[in-house]
Ligand binder design. Structure first.
Ligand code: ADP
Length: 450
């Protein structure tokens, strides 16, 4: 097992990885920008290295500085967390070229899945259904027009290298297609440095359902159940739950089987997530995330498995010590992403936190680097905490979540706690009747009532 791991991330996820390392007896190296000198992950780590000024491009995305930090401190492995360099195949390759273990899949798998067109092709190759659309990237507008005509409008134009909910354009009719394609290309180029785009059927009212996978180097693959991440704003997740209230036992088993089979055939290793849109009884693959996800704690809550520990064990070459049949799913879990944002307009609200009192009690987990007196820097993502609640049933989970949100005190910055409080009191949510469009419509109605 490793003795020292460098955590190439910040915020709650850096802290979360540190905690598991500590439990495993592994010492940690934190890296940080000058804006994060006083961050909790830096305070708790055994060692820390400043890797640059506040902009991520000069610090958390600075490959030479991160690799140098690992070499100087003698870290044997790097855990990338999520975001930043987690899905950068070149980074994984450079890390390995320096004799350091990358805690994640092979650079080749990261590269294939990072190109959404290649990922869809790879999944089709192993027998998984994908959303109907162009087979590869769009060559000419005429070709796009022909395919859009065949699959039927509305269609969605997506960036092949896209991520984070960015670079997607819905096109309602052939009249707008040319214009939308050129705009999508420009956006893709400026956001992802690559103007390749593809086209997909825009599904009307699907749920976003994803499957958590863990695979070892010896070829064993298990899934840790699905997560329902349909509550989204601007294609970004806001609240996630496991299991999904929209699946029955037969559908759940089918999803687990198709996901594990595909991952086994691809020879994938470490943790990963297969994302699907689920509509009318069909699962359509949209993408695979080759890393730990923000919402992984809901799967941990219902399975009792520490996903980061498994990632580290697998990276060290150890085989999985449990099989699918050993995983005992218990109860229900919900995660609320708490952002430093105005709860109605959702405008980011960085600043100094004056009071911080997280909720506690049975079934409550709060992953956050906040403390009273901490200043939320304006340079990074606005997520400042995750509240994860576990209950024996969905109903118990909801009651406990309501109580936990009431207890949660964060003052000095605005947060989305009030949004979650309202949201979980809505009848549609309580009944589990929502799809990927529900939250946008709900937020729009709230803003109109201002
Ligand atoms: P990203 O990598 O940017 O997160 P995804 O491909 O995972 O992009 O899609 C993000 C979200 O966008 C999905 O969860 C879903 O809400 C929406 N979406 C993606 N593809 C489609 C589609 N074909 N039809 C309808 N909605 C879609």
């Amino acid at each position: 097992m490793f003795e020292k791991i460098l955590i190439a991330n910040r915020g709650e996820i850096a802290l979360r990885i540190h905690r598991t390392c500590r439990e495993m007896g592994i010492s940690t190296v934190a890296v940080h920008s000058t804006a994060d000198e006083n961050a909790m992950h830096v305070r708790l780590a055994d060692e820390s290295v400043c890797i640059g000024p506040p902009p991520s491009s000069e610090s958390y995305l600075n490959i030479p500085n991160i690799v140098s930090a690992a070499m100087i401190t003698g870290a044997e492995a790097i855990h990338p967390g999520y975001g930043f360099l987690a899905e950068n195949a070149d980074f994984a390759e450079i890390v390995e070229a320096h004799g350091i273990v990358f805690v994640g899949p092979t650079p080749n798998h990261i590269r294939t899945m990072g190109d959404k067109v290649a990922a869809k092709r790879a999944m089709t190759g192993v027998g998984i259904s994908v959303v109907p659309g162009t087979e590869g990237v769009i060559g000419s507008t005429q070709e796009a027009r022909k395919i859009a005509g065949q699959i039927g409008y509305p269609v969605l134009i997506k960036a092949a290298s896209g991520g984070g909910g960015k670079g997607m354009r819905v096109t309602e009719s052939p009249d707008d297609l040319d214009e939308q394609i050129s705009m999508a290309r420009r956006e893709a180029k400026s956001n992802f440095g690559d103007d390749e785009i593809y086209l997909e059927k825009y599904l009307a009212n699907p749920r976003h359902i994803e499957l958590q996978i863990i695979a070892d180097e010896q070829g064993h693959v298990v899934h840790i159940g699905e997560r329902d991440c349909s509550l989204q704003r601007k294609h970004q997740k806001v609240l996630e739950e496991a299991p999904s209230p929209g699946l029955n036992a037969e559908e759940r088993e089918r999803l687990g089987d198709i996901g594990c089979n595909a991952v086994r055939k691809l020879g994938y290793r470490n943790a990963g997530t297969l994302e699907f849109l689920y509509e009318d009884g069909e699962f359509y693959f949209i993408e695979m995330n080759t890393r730990l996800q923000v919402e992984h704690p809901v799967s941990e809550a219902i399975s009792g498995i520490d996903i980061v520990r498994e990632q580290i064990r697998i990276a060290a070459g150890a085989p999985l010590f449990f099989q699918q049949k050993d995983i005992d799913f218990q109860g229900h879990a919900i995660e609320c992403r708490v952002n430093a944002e105005d709860p109605v307009t959702l405008v980011p609200w960085p600043g100094r936190v004056s009071d911080y009192h997280p909720p506690g009690g049975l079934g409550i987990r709060v992953d956050s680097g906040l403390y009273a007196g901490y200043s939320v820097p304006p340079h990074y993502d606005s997520m400042i905490a995750k509240l994860i609640v576990h209950g024996a049933t969905r109903n118990e989970c909801l009651m406990r979540l309501r109580r936990a949100l009431e207890e949660f005190v964060i003052t000095g910055v605005r947060t989305t706690v009030p949004l979650h409080q309202k949201l979980i009191g809505e009848t549609d949510f309580i009944n589990g009747r929502y799809d990927i469009r529900w939250l946008e419509a709900y937020i729009a109605a709230q803003s109109e009532n201002l």
